[in-house]
Design a protein around this ligand. Structure first.
Ligand SMILES: NC(=O)c1ccc[n+]([C@@H]2O[C@H](COP(=O)([O-])OP(=O)(O)OC[C@H]3O[C@@H](n4cnc5c(N)ncnc54)[C@H](OP(=O)(O)O)[C@@H]3O)[C@@H](O)[C@H]2O)c1
Length: 177
């Protein structure tokens, strides 16, 4: 994507940490985006996507609850996004997986991410799959967690997060063809 005026980006998980930052970034570069929410998935009703050129699939969960299982969210939303891309002739899907995901993964979360990757790779669509570690940036979870725990212990080390953080939320690279 080259900030082309014809580019239009659909984003699942648009209200999450990455999604909010991505939408802001795109808007600053005059690229329109269409948010796809949990409600759209739950009702199986989506906005018009005919003119969409890229689909950034961010919807996902990192831990399970009684109602939200990895299979239902991380896998099923990916299946739906692939269907939407095919139906609407969206040329490229961009997916956020996770660092360390592989065919040898043992945790349920990583396995769900691996299976979602496989669905995308076998879809026939153009794709970019990222495997980020903790992402830091405005309102990121890692910094918030460290500020909370370290301030509580009165030993906050402002450089501590750098040990963990390997990616700053700068979305430019994700659209390179
Ligand atoms: N943040 C990180 O450090 C990090 C690191 C590696 C990988 N990732 C991956 O990057 C992606 C985005 O991460 P994030 O930090 O922005 O996550 P986030 O803040 O937790 O946001 C996740 C989004 O997923 C959507 N979602 C949750 N359950 C859903 C469901 N049942 N159906 C449809 N959508 C659902 C939510 O959409 P609504 O708001 O509409 O409910 C939410 O906005 C995720 O796939 C995550 O695994 C993140």
């Amino acid at each position: 994507m080259n900030s082309n005026s014809t580019d239009l980006v659909a984003i699942s998980g648009a209200k999450g940490f990455v999604g909010k930052n991505l939408r802001k970034f795109l808007s600053q570069h005059n690229i329109q985006s269409i948010p796809i929410s949990t409600t759209h998935f739950n009702n199986n009703q989506f906005p018009k996507l005919k003119k969409v050129t890229h689909f950034v699939h961010l919807a996902g969960i990192g831990s399970e609850s009684i109602d939200q299982k990895f299979q239902n969210v991380n896998i099923e939303t990916t299946k739906t996004v692939i269907e939407l891309c095919k139906k609407n002739r969206i040329k490229k899907i961009i997916y956020f997986s996770g660092l360390g995901v592989s065919k040898n993964s043992r945790s349920s979360y990583f396995i769900s991410k691996f299976n979602a990757e496989q669905l995308i790779k076998n879809s026939g669509l153009q794709y970019t799959i990222f495997r980020p570690s903790y992402i830091v940036g405005k309102d990121d979870y890692l910094t918030k967690k460290h500020i909370k725990t370290n301030f509580q212990k009165s030993s906050f080390n402002p450089w501590l997060w750098k040990i963990y953080a390997t990616a700053y939320i700068d979305i430019r690279c994700m659209f390179v063809h």
